[in-house]
Design a protein around this ligand. Structure first.
Ligand SMILES: Nc1ncnc2c1ncn2[C@@H]1O[C@H](COP(=O)(O)OP(=O)(O)O)[C@@H](O)[C@H]1O
Ligand SMILES: [Mg+2]
Length: 431
């Protein structure tokens, strides 16, 4: 019996804080896990992935790549796709799916599965790049339309937002005709959606999904950036939490985005998902603060599970089983959700994952709890704050985020939980 080394590569862009914490925790844990088949001992090495020219026939030394870059950096995206196809690499998230599926597609797919997405229209862009075929195409085929009439039809207010949105870019709430004309004028060459505003909502929740792990946060869209992820507790009943878990896992399994967040608004007894094409969710301490330790632990659990078990990468998105459930007319939406979530649990290997965490990562809660009291952790936070805030605010905001993490530590007790990696285990950390 010998040692097997599994290499986890971090493909990063502007990330600073979570990789530092991830690397420190992996060092501290120094995991040695018996391989289920050979009995050899599996160790893990973590490395940052560098950007460089590559031979298409060269091998890949990583078993798992945690990817935070390829949605906008295409050399790395193509390298990752090559390594999946040729070298058996496992990556989250699926790069083809990230490349192909915009917010628009996610609305359509989840409408087809029966989710109560608000009424949404797509409109052709207001202006165009001048190309030789533009004039003949538009003069023959583009119909005149009035954006106001869409509002009259689906109801005011509406939200005008890009079909491939993210990060609140170009999102405008439009209350009337004048506002929608102005927003459309300003949208320029972007292809936009007009979406009926969810009225009288009482809660806005972001449910972060990471493999089978989920974590719901009450979100305040009107607060400054560092206060949007609230620290509120007990804002969901068990049933609601379970509902949002199933919605999130359904979306994530459908698209092969095992790391994604789903935004949903609750109004009149219904949870309306409004934005769930976020396959590189915010992982920064400057937004997550209190929830940051959950995020770092989730990275550790899912990356080590996928690397240790050599989880095979699902290269195609197999949608047929979801559509087969959707077609069963006798089932209610909740019953369908149960079945969709069962497909997700199968694809994410939830039961095996929980067993893995209980067996090999039972000490993760305690190690994390201890780590977030160390100067290394504080320094990681300070480095992120220093990258985002003006110099005179660095100390103040480092202290703010640090104090919120200490509040998490006080709630987590000694952190000696079973740490199965599910929300319920982490509730301890957040309650
Ligand atoms: N249909 C809607 N009803 C109510 N509020 C909405 C709706 N769509 C968007 N919003 C508001 O606008 C914000 C940004 O829209 P979102 O679809 O999340 O875009 P992005 O992908 O840029 O995050 C949301 O967080 C929410 O506050
Ligand atoms: Mg959003």
């Amino acid at each position: 019996m010998g040692d097997i080394v599994r290499r986890i590569g971090l493909s990063l862009g502007a990330d600073i804080c979570w990789p530092l914490c991830f690397e420190a925790l992996m060092r501290e844990l120094d995991l040695r896990i018996p391989d289920e088949k050979s009995g050899d001992v599996i160790r893990f090495e973590v490395e940052r992935v560098f950007i460089e020219p590559f031979d298409l026939r060269q091998g890949c030394k990583y078993d798992v790549v945690v990817d935070r870059l390829t949605h906008w950096y295409h050399t790395s995206r193509e390298w990752i796709k090559k390594a999946i196809l040729m070298d058996g690499l496992y990556v989250f998230n699926n790069p083809w799916s990230v490349q192909a599926n915009e917010k628009h597609t996610t609305y359509c797919a989840m409408m087809a599965l029966g989710m109560p997405i608000p009424d949404t229209w797509m409109v052709p862009p207001k202006s165009y790049e001048p190309t030789p075929d533009l004039k003949p195409t538009l003069s023959r085929y583009a119909k005149l339309f009035d954006v106001k009439r869409i509002g009259d039809r689906i109801g005011w207010p509406m939200f005008m937002k890009p079909y491939d949105g993210g990060g609140w870019r170009g999102v405008t709430k439009v209350d009337d005709a004048a506002a929608v004309y102005k927003a459309y004028e300003e949208s320029g060459k972007s292809v936009m959606h007009l979406q009926s505003g969810v009225k009288d909502w009482d809660r806005f929740v972001r449910c972060i999904g990471f493999g089978p792990q989920t974590h719901c946060v009450l979100y305040d869209p009107n607060a400054p950036l560092h206060d949007r992820y609230t620290m509120k507790r007990d804002f969901l009943t068990k049933k609601e939490e379970e509902h949002l878990r199933k919605v999130t896992l359904t979306i994530n399994a459908f698209f092969g985005w095992e790391f994604n967040s789903c935004e949903a608004l609750h109004a009149n007894g219904v949870w309306h998902p409004i934005d769930f094409a976020n396959p590189c969710p915010d992982s920064q301490v400057t937004s997550l603060h209190f929830h940051f330790p959950w995020m770092v632990k989730s990275y550790v659990r899912w990356a080590t599970f996928c690397a240790a078990t050599k989880k095979p990468m699902r290269k195609n998105q197999d949608w047929a089983p979801f559509y087969a459930v959707a077609a069963q007319k006798e089932l209610s939406y909740e019953e369908k959700l149960d079945r969709y979530a069962a497909i997700a649990d199968e694809r994410f290997e939830t039961a095996r994952f929980e067993e893995f965490c209980a067996k090999h990562l039972a000490h993760l809660d305690e190690v994390t709890w201890n780590f977030f009291a160390t100067p290394t952790a504080r320094d990681a936070i300070q480095q992120k704050v220093a990258a985002l805030f003006p110099a005179h605010e660095v100390e103040q905001f480092t202290e703010l985020f640090w104090s919120r993490i200490q509040e998490w530590r006080r709630g987590a007790g000694t952190g000696t939980g079973t740490g199965t990696g599910t929300e319920s285990a982490d509730k301890k950390g957040a309650s």
